[in-house]
Ligand binder design. Structure first.
Ligand code: GLU
Length: 495
């Protein structure tokens, strides 16, 4: 048996997600259990959406959870670089092999043709997808058009008949008709690879033996196995983990549950408790014990014990487990140490100080002004939102629209937050003073406090989102139907 090598391959396009930590944990445990290596690879082929800032946050979050990697950025194992943006030459060499064997082909179809094709396929109730148009071009014509510098992509030639058969470690044999599989783009018109191509080439070159990832990737496997087969490479073992779910069984989403690891860090959870809780997602210790360390999980890990029923990420259960860690694992001195590390986390006090310094006469005034930075969710009721010009419905709309406008902000800073709110208040036809009232209450717990823009800038999107959502709930919540209606209204009112 070749050595076990697993990997986590996040795309740095947003905040570090609980799902990434969950998959990283299982990959790491599997590798450790079998004396293998756990690799971290950054899949940053989408240049527009990827950022170094997001990558740094993901690495920091994995380290915080104690899920560091054996190989990856900063830990060379001889199979790097571990960032796809630094591996372009490798993809160019590999696409040439497929082009020479005509297993991939240049496609010149422009966006308009593809959009028209799609529309027509939908009208005819056919499966939308590429129709193989450029496969019909002669070699001469293709060469001439490339020579002329015509924009094109490279696609994978996918059979139109028969079925793709592959094995999943947890599900056994899976069969998917080739006619259901679109001919994917492997190289984009800018010369950069897509996820499918870079992912397979890198898994191969990094000698990944087991591809353990979320079940949302099952539908991509036919494209991947076709690539392995086209290159004449052995396929790795595929294992698709069940997706994390909200308590109502829907897919874990930030609308219903905070999904960013930063949120759990900011709320003062212990990393070992969060990691332990993620270890209970679809998996259990053979003895049924719910509290276990990473070393214990690694020592007893068995992928075959993963159950496919969607694991529920339940905050109350996490709170219970975290509480056990605080009570059972920390003595007073350790509690003080961990608490101080959390409360005085680098940067927080430095950010708060200029906001409060001019407004206090004694240190004891600070907590009254800035206490909300160290609180989790605030206990608010509908009465807290009583206002002479705004009814509850107006407060709810302001809170929800503000949240959406924050989520759309390209830069997270005080001035951008202020400008966004000014614009939104104007569009919604509220005086800015009135508009800011429910935000003050939701964010700081009081109608008058430090500037709400500063507070939000310091709290960050994760905690702010949780507070705005909690405030909306305190005001009676919003049904799915109302939310849809409001989304339309928001779109027409946002600049
Ligand atoms: N870059 C993909 C992601 O963001 C990796 C998927 C995979 O593991 O193949 O999740």
């Amino acid at each position: 048996m070749p050595p076990v090598r697993t990997r986590i391959a996040p795309s740095p396009t947003g905040d570090p997600h609980l799902g990434t930590a969950y998959i990283a944990l299982f990959n790491r445990c599997f590798a450790r259990r079998h004396g293998g290596s756990f690799v971290l690879r950054i899949e940053d082929t989408d240049r527009e959406r990827s950022s170094r800032q997001s990558e740094d946050k993901i690495l920091q979050a994995l380290r915080w959870l104690g899920l560091d990697w054996d190989e990856g950025p900063g830990r060379d194992g001889g199979k790097g670089p571990y960032r796809q943006s630094e591996r372009s030459a490798i993809y160019s060499d590999h696409i040439r092999i497929l082009l020479e064997k005509s297993l991939a082909f240049p496609c010149f179809c422009d966006e308009k043709r593809l959009a028209d094709l799609r529309r027509e396929q939908i009208r005819l109730k056919q499966q939308p997808g590429y129709d193989g148009h450029c496969l019909g071009l002669s070699a001469d014509e293709t060469a001439r058009r490339i020579e002329n510098g015509e924009r094109h992509v490279i696609r994978l030639r996918v059979p139109r008949e028969g079925e793709c058969v592959f094995q999943d470690l947890l599900r056994g044999e899976i069969r998917i008709q080739w006619s259901q599989v679109d001919m994917p783009v492997l190289i984009k018109s800018d010369g950069l690879p897509t996820y499918h191509f870079a992912n397979v080439v890198d898994d191969r070159l990094m000698e990944i033996s087991h591809v353990i990832r979320g079940e949302e990737w099952i539908s991509s496997v036919p494209k991947h196995v076709l690539l392995y087969d086209s290159f004449g490479w052995n396929r790795p073992v595929f294992c698709h983990m069940p997706l994390l779910r909200n308590p109502d069984k829907s897919k874990l989403s930030k609308r219903k549950n905070p999904t960013s690891i930063g949120y759990y860090q900011a709320m003062g959870y212990l990393p070992q408790a969060l990691r332990n809780y993620l270890g209970t997602m679809g998996w259990s210790m053979p003895d049924g014990e719910e509290k276990f360390s990473l070393a214990e999980m690694e020592a007893r890990f068995d992928l075959k014990r993963v159950s496919l029923g969607g694991p529920i990420f339940d905050r109350e259960k996490l709170d219970w487990l975290n509480g056990r860690y605080l009570r059972e694992d920390l003595d007073d001195a350790e509690f003080v140490k961990h608490f101080a590390e959390w409360a005085f986390q680098p940067g927080l006090i430095e950010q708060i100080t200029p906001l409060v310094r001019q407004r206090v006469s004694r240190f004891s005034d600070v907590t009254g002004l800035a206490g909300h930075f160290l609180q989790g969710e605030l206990a608010l009721t509908a009465e807290d939102f009583t206002h002479k010009h705004l009814d509850q419905d107006a407060c709810r709309r302001i809170l929800l629209f503000s949240l959406w406008s924050l989520e759309a902000l390209p830069d997270w800073n005080r001035d951008a937050i202020e400008a966004g709110f000014q614009q939104l208040a104007e569009n919604m036809e509220f005086k800015i003073r009135d508009f800011l009232f429910p935000l003050f209450v939701a964010v700081s717990g009081k109608p008058v406090s430090l500037s709400v823009f500063d507070s939000i800038a310091v709290l960050g999107l994760d905690l702010t989102r949780a507070r705005l959502r909690a405030a909306i709930e305190a005001l009676g919540g919003i049904s799915g139907k109302q939310q849809k209606k409001l989304e339309k209204e928001f779109q027409s009112e946002s600049p």
